[in-house]
Design a protein around this ligand. Structure first.
Ligand SMILES: Cc1cc2nc3c(=O)[nH]c(=O)nc-3n(C[C@H](O)[C@H](O)[C@H](O)COP(=O)(O)OP(=O)(O)OC[C@H]3O[C@@H](n4cnc5c(N)ncnc54)[C@H](O)[C@@H]3O)c2cc1C
Length: 510
């Protein structure tokens, strides 16, 4: 079945929401000055940054017992983790607001382990983005630090060295960052306040819903009805008036990258270059050339009709809220396409965060609904023929040319088309020894090779495909039980399989 039927958006050419017209200024944009137009939008929102901007406190949670900034401190620290950008970042803005209020310098740190479980592909993208963050911070008189080691130790040490009076962190619903924040909270000196800002979701995850939602149907209105409140223009992060007086850190990012211990066999994906400027190029070309066809053609893997923005969203190099604010300016031109894009990038994406936030088993079978758990168990002993090992799957050596091509796309491009991701994961369920092994394998391959991997969207995508998360039961069949099934024949109806396979033939031979 297709995502078209999952979109929940009626296929109407007219839009029910207010239609914004495209400002003349934006019509004349080129990709080079898209980033410049964002600067203008921020300045129009507030010339003096966040200090006179009515910051919506619902984006913020105070995690520490101490609720105010330590008197006599010399700085506020923003611990950047999930949202690796300066502008259009509510956590960064909140940290600057606190620093301005207390008339102290603003510090930003990122904690990097010397030995990474990520690959070269991911680390190169991540560090490339941070290099730009470092540069921008410098131009804004904000002190950026790359801290080496575990967050809890390095941040605590930094707080003491710099007499930091308050820490702001961003938000991720995933296990490791959640634990890191929890540990830091417990070991922080008692007079230091720790606050968390959801800078990734448009509607903060704790505001959108107070529970795990069943499906897009049950969360859609909860999110869409709050967009008036939360889908707002950002004020700019301004040149910080309280300068850091000590020597700032010189960082040679090339050196950092070459000294990192990580899996270097997974090389960079050529098409995706880090940083906001490159994200803007992709966003611009999407709106100019592909958005028009997004609603009808996004499930066709042989063409390029999707936004391709997920790596920049994943690393927080481009704010999804910024992308949506821009894409919405095309509403009068392509009303249905804009609605469908918002369904994917707002509702589906934020539903994934909701699942991971409220379900600690977001990446294993214990996190499934009872019906899904039961049906997979009922079919646990069904014969798997063929049955492949992880290494055969990883090497794209199955009997299925479509599946192999999708896997090759993942290996070489660090991305698999969204429609094929569903087919790919479902076949892994069909061809591995058990549902546990299927889920583990899908998550392992997705996280290892996909540039946007290790993301709530990825865990939920695998859990949807293999475990029926956010889905309903379908007709019973071998291995899958009531989990929605997809097959090769069904894909033929959507697109020209030989054409897709031919795009990867050479790479497969290699
Ligand atoms: C098995 C499987 C694994 C997946 N793994 C990941 C992953 O690791 N990281 C990831 O970001 N997405 C993942 N997805 C969701 C989706 O396939 C990708 O977000 C999408 O293909 C990214 O390409 P794009 O930016 O061109 O998306 P577009 O089609 O242009 O959509 C725009 C944005 O909407 C969001 N989005 C689109 N589809 C979904 C969805 N089904 N669920 C949640 N958000 C969505 C993404 O943020 C995406 O960038 C997975 C889906 C499946 C079925």
């Amino acid at each position: 079945m297709s995502k078209r039927t999952r979109s929940g958006v009626k296929n109407s050419k007219k839009s029910s929401e207010n239609e914004e017209s495209i400002p003349t200024k934006l019509q004349k944009l080129s990709s080079e000055n898209l980033a410049q137009s964002f600067i203008e939008s921020r300045n129009n929102c507030s010339q003096s940054g966040v200090s006179d901007f009515l910051f919506n406190k619902k984006r913020v949670r105070i995690l520490s017992e101490e609720t105010s900034v330590k008197a006599g401190c010399d700085g506020i620290l923003y611990w950047m983790d999930r949202d690796q950008r300066v502008q259009d970042n509510w956590a960064f803005l909140f940290a600057q607001k606190l620093a301005l209020k207390n008339r102290v310098p603003l510090h930003v740190c990122y904690c990097l382990l010397s030995k990474s479980t990520d690959t070269w592909r991911h680390m190169k993208f991540l560090l490339g983005g941070l290099e730009k963050v470092h540069k921008e911070c410098k131009s804004l008189q904000i002190n950026f630090r790359l801290l080496r080691g575990y967050p809890v130790e390095s941040i605590n040490e930094y707080i003491e060295d710099e007499n930091i009076g308050g820490v702001v962190c961003d938000f991720s619903p995933l296990r490791t960052p959640k634990e890191d924040v929890e540990i830091l909270k417990n070991v922080l000196p008692k007079d230091i306040t720790l606050v968390q800002v959801d800078a990734h979701n448009i509607v903060p995850v704790w505001e959108a819903s107070e529970k795990q939602e069943y499906s897009a149907r049950t969360i859609r209105n909860k999110i869409n009805s709050r967009l008036k409140e939360f889908l707002e223009e950002f004020p700019p992060v301004i040149k910080h008036p309280h300068e850091y007086k000590r020597k700032s850190q010189l960082i040679d990012f090339q050196n950092v990258l070459s000294s990192l211990e990580c899996n270097r066999d997974v090389i960079e994906a050529d098409w995706a270059k880090p940083g906001l400027k490159n994200a803007c190029d992709v966003l611009y070309s999407f709106c100019e050339n592909r958005l028009e066809h997004f609603a009808d053609c996004r499930n066709i893997p042989t063409g390029n009709f999707v936004s391709n923005l997920s790596p920049w969203f994943h690393f927080g190099q481009l704010s999804c809220q910024r992308a949506i604010l821009y894409i919405k300016t095309f509403k009068s031109k392509f009303p249905h396409a804009v609605d469908v894009y918002c369904e994917e990038a707002i509702v589906r994406r934020e539903l994934a965060d909701n699942f991971c936030f409220y379900n600690e088993n977001y990446d294993n079978l214990s996190g499934l609904s009872n019906w899904a758990h039961k049906t997979l168990n009922d079919h646990r002993n069904d014969e798997r023929n063929p049955c492949y090992s992880t290494s055969v799957l990883e090497a794209a050596k199955t009997h299925d040319d479509l599946w192999n091509s999708a896997q090759i796309q993942l290996l070489t491009d660090g991305k698999m088309h969204g429609f094929l991701r569903m087919y790919w994961a479902k076949k892994i369920l069909e061809w591995t020894k058990s549902p546990e092994e299927a889920l583990e394998t899908a998550i392992f391959l997705n996280d290892k090779y996909s540039l946007d991997g290790r993301d709530p969207n990825g865990y939920v995508g695998c859990m949807w495909s293999i475990g029926g998360v956010h889905d309903q039961g379908w007709g019973e069949r071998p291995i899958f039980g009531k989990i929605r099934f997809m097959n090769y024949k069904g894909c033929k109806k959507w697109f020209d399989i030989p054409e897709f396979v031919s795009q990867f033939e050479d790479k497969m031979r290699g």
